[in-house]
Design a protein around this ligand. Sequence first.
Ligand SMILES: [Zn+2]
Length: 263
Amino acid sequence: MFSINLLPSVTYISAQEIVNSYDTELWINSLKTNNLTSEYQSIGKTPLGKDLHFFRIGKGSSKGKKVISVMTRQHPPEISGYKAFQAFTGELLKQNEFTEKFFKKYEIWVFPGINPDGVDLGHWRHNFNGVDLNRDWAYYKQPEIDIITEFIVERAKKNHNRIMLSLDFHSTSQDIYYVYDKSFKSKLKNFSRKWTDIIDQGVYPFKTVLSPEPLGKPYSKTWYYKQFKAESITYEVGDETDRAIISKKAGIAAVSMMQLLSQ
Ligand SMILES: [Zn+2]
């Protein structure tokens, strides 16, 4: 318990750094000078009229490229996951020894905030309609999920893309990788174990739990498998995880993903 002296103006109380949809837009704008990024756009509007942002990281034409989808903040207060998402994306935009080879085959589709209404309202799990968006990926009843899934399917069809991998950044009580259990034969079926091993070695002795799970609930992870046979990993970050570890780990994750997928 703690006491608060309320001021006449509005007082915000927050357990994590506050990052609202405007802050996310400022971050998106700050990337626009990077020549690996392009196609900045709003793919649709939320119930409160906010933009659902998208941009591409890649080189040259999109035609026939393999695709990695990266998204975050289905759940508004999951700031440590958002920090990892930012560090991961930032690292992809730096030149490294794998950049050329990786972007010949792959491009990244970035969805930097798919629940801006929930974020700005300070919701715990829900969007404006009071629904957990990460339980709507089989129903498409919520505009945010309807818009993003249609955008992905249509864009992939138009450019003859193959959706290979989805990364969805979240937060919870500790660092966890939710992966498919071994019975699932995705297009990148050995990727998740190899990748998470490399990340873990890079931040040793910091430990992340590897948690294989069956498909079932209408998570984004289930949708990517059912729709595309894509590999999909829910990248969970502990609420209290040291911010320096979050950045270091996400940086290693970005470079090692490029390394593994450009082989
Ligand atoms: Zn979450």
